[in-house]
Design a protein around this ligand. Sequence first.
Ligand code: ATP
Length: 242
Amino acid sequence: MLAVRDLRSRYGRIEALHGVSLDVARGEMVVVIGANGAGKTTLLRAISGVQPITAGTVVFEGRRMDTCAPHRVVAHGVAQVPEGRQIFGPLSVADNLRLGAWSRRSDSRSNDKVLRWVYDAFPVLHDMRQRPAGSLSGGQQQMLAIGRALMSSPTLLLLDEPSMGLAPLIVRQIFDTLVQLRRDGLTILLVEQNANAALALADRAYVMETGHVTLEGTASAIAADPRVRDAYLGQGAAAQEH
Ligand code: ATP
């Protein structure tokens, strides 16, 4: 479904992606793990067209995306939940969600249908639909950011660190929702520093270090790899053994 090949991207003179390749098949949940600054965010932003690339290709369902403007990438079915949520605090929850549908060429009736689907997935957003988005808790804001991405009716959802800054119980809720969305047919590419939680859910995983993919495999094989356990699962792996 998604094929990324030899992707390179730079910030001025500094190259952040040194030729990254990655595949996501329809229906999969794939996770990219790696330390701060490894290039995970840059990779997601390059796939969704908001980060310029200097070489390589992004092909989604047989079409080149790396030559498309970001709104065209969304229109083709790829939606991104950005790092830090980026919701519009003064706007209501409902208005934030409606903004997620702007790139769809559809009538208000079909938008209302998608809105009902999002409210079914996140009942709390329905309860709080008239409230300013900025008054929601961190977990609710993350749900809103996911809901807003779903409003474009994507087939591939890209998520950048959805667990960031959230309590473990809330992280569990968010990840449970991702599992449910995947069951409903959505394909998911997830970037996470919370490697323990993400590897427990995903089908396959990639490990990134300083702009390179250094390991890839099934999530269970990556979770069992001693190098990954030492570098990324440290305390979590130790805790699970006791
Ligand atoms: P994090 O988990 O901290 O978000 P990451 O794996 O997502 O890390 P990126 O944010 O993609 O990593 O950063 C990759 C590299 O690019 C890092 O060396 C970072 O310092 C650099 N970088 C990221 N954004 C910018 C920017 N706007 N200007 C200059 N350099 C940047």
